[in-house]
Every structure is written in structure tokens, then in C-alpha cells.
Design a protein around this ligand. Structure first.
Ligand SMILES: Nc1nc2c(ncn2[C@@H]2O[C@H](COP(=O)(O)OP(=O)(O)OP(=O)(O)O)[C@@H](O)[C@H]2O)c(=O)[nH]1
Ligand SMILES: [Mg+2]
Length: 200
């Protein structure tokens, strides 16, 4: 796990194109609206920095959080948010696609609700990530909502659907602080050795 000394909110942007982004490694948090991205980020950072919403679509802009001046977490708005027009959604998807090629992006954490098989949007995103040279890990969120047996069952189902080995899917709960170590382990592995050493 990383030693978090300082978290700095850099502010948000409506499109992934923010001029003069500081040249730090970025870790993206993706997933459909309401899946628990902001909550997971708060768990990993051990403080309430990202806004958590009762209704889907809480995060409407891209938020950047710099950690120890070494790396930055990027909290993305959720996809599949029904109240956004088709045109807006298309614009957003194109922008995200472009953003994924940004040279500073070192990895992505993709959340999928452990209670449901991946939807069309989840699959589109995973396929996109598989098609470009980017490290990513899939995290199954809200595990506290299922029994241990159900968690194992859903992990198998989701792994099969995504064609990812099931041991690579990380089971997590922001509510019960499950998966923190494992997710940090994955994130540290995305980073260059020199940065990883400084975060430890
Ligand atoms: N039981 C349970 N609820 C959770 C967990 N993580 C998030 N939630 C709840 O799910 C809802 C959405 O959480 P957010 O963290 O705002 O989700 P998000 O993916 O950032 O949503 P958008 O910003 O709309 O894309 C909130 O009501 C959270 O309290 C979890 O691990 N367990
Ligand atoms: Mg959010």
C-alpha cells in the first residue's frame, strides 16, 4: 500500500483535454455511473476527496487528484448515464477514446458491480482497453452486497464474460474497506519502478 502524505485536488474539466496537465503518471478510474468509482477512490486515499452520490451521474466532470506530488488519480464520470443526450454521450466517448492514448496514462482501474454481469458499455470499454497498450485491472465493486458464495459465483461469471482469468478480478467493497491492499498493489505495478519506490 502507498503511504499517502498529501492529496491535492487539481480541479475538474469537462473534457479530457485540459491544457498543460502536469507531467505525472495518471491512473484512471472508469465504470458505469453509480458503480462506486468515487467511493473506491476515497477508500484508496483514506479520505473523502471525491463526491459520492445517491443518484447516478454524480461525477459530471473529470476530477484530478495528485498524490504526494508523484501520481494523479483521475475520477471519470460514469458512462451509461441515461439523462445525458445521445450527442453528448458520443462526444464524451470520442474524447475518452482520445484521452486513453495520452502518454501520461499508466493504467486504469475498471469497476464493475459484482451483482450484475457486465453490460454492453462495460464490454465496450474493456474491449477498447484490450486493443490499446494500457495496463488495467477490473475491480468488482460493492461486494458487501453479496454473500461469500455469491461473490465467488459472480466473479466466475464476470471473468468468463470478459474473457479475463478470474484470479485477475479484484473483489472490493468501499463500504467495508475490502480490496484496498490488492488494488494498491495493482496500481503500484502500473507505475515505473522509480515512482513506485517513492510511494512506498
Ligand atoms: N454497499 C455499498 N455501496 C457502495 C459501495 N461503493 C459505493 N456505494 C454506493 O453507491 C452509490 C454510488 O457511489 P459513487 O462512489 O458515487 O459512484 P460513482 O461510480 O462515482 O458514480 P458517478 O459519479 O455517478 O459515475 C453511493 O450511494 C455509494 O454510497 C460499496 O462498496 N458498498
Ligand atoms: Mg463519481
Amino acid at each position: 500500500m502507498a503511504k499517502i502524505k498529501k492529496v491535492e485536488y487539481w480541479g475538474g474539466t469537462l473534457t479530457p483535454y485540459k491544457e498543460n496537465l502536469p507531467d505525472l503518471p495518471y491512473i484512471l478510474f472508469t465504470g458505469r455511473s453509480n458503480v462506486g468509482k468515487s467511493s473506491l477512490l476515497n477508500m484508496l486515499l483514506q479520505r473523502k476527496v471525491a463526491h459520492v452520490g445517491k443518484s447516478p451521474g454524480k461525477t459530471r466532470i473529470i476530477n484530478f487528484f495528485a498524490i504526494n506530488d508523484l501520481i494523479a488519480f483521475v475520477d471519470l464520470p460514469g458512462y451509461g448515464y441515461a439523462k445525458v443526450s445521445k450527442e453528448m454521450r458520443k462526444k464524451w466517448e470520442d474524447a475518452l477514446r482520445k484521452f486513453l492514448y495520452h502518454p501520461s496514462i499508466q493504467g486504469a482501474v475498471c469497476l464493475i458491480d459484482i451483482r450484475h454481469p457486465p453490460g454492453k458499455n462495460d464490454r465496450m470499454l474493456i474491449d477498447l482497453l484490450l486493443s490499446i497498450p494500457i495496463n488495467f485491472r477490473v475491480v468488482l465493486s460493492k461486494a458487501d452486497k453479496l454473500s461469500k458464495n455469491q461473490q465467488v459465483r459472480m466473479r466466475n461469471i464476470i471473468a468468463r464474460e470478459l474473457k479475463i482469468p478470474d484470479e485477475e478480478l479484484i473483489v472490493s467493497s468501499a463500504k467495508e474497506k475490502i480490496g484496498n491492499e490488492e488494488i494498491w498493489g495493482a496500481i503500484l505495478n502500473f507505475l515505473p519502478e522509480s515512482v513506485r519506490e517513492k510511494l512506498r
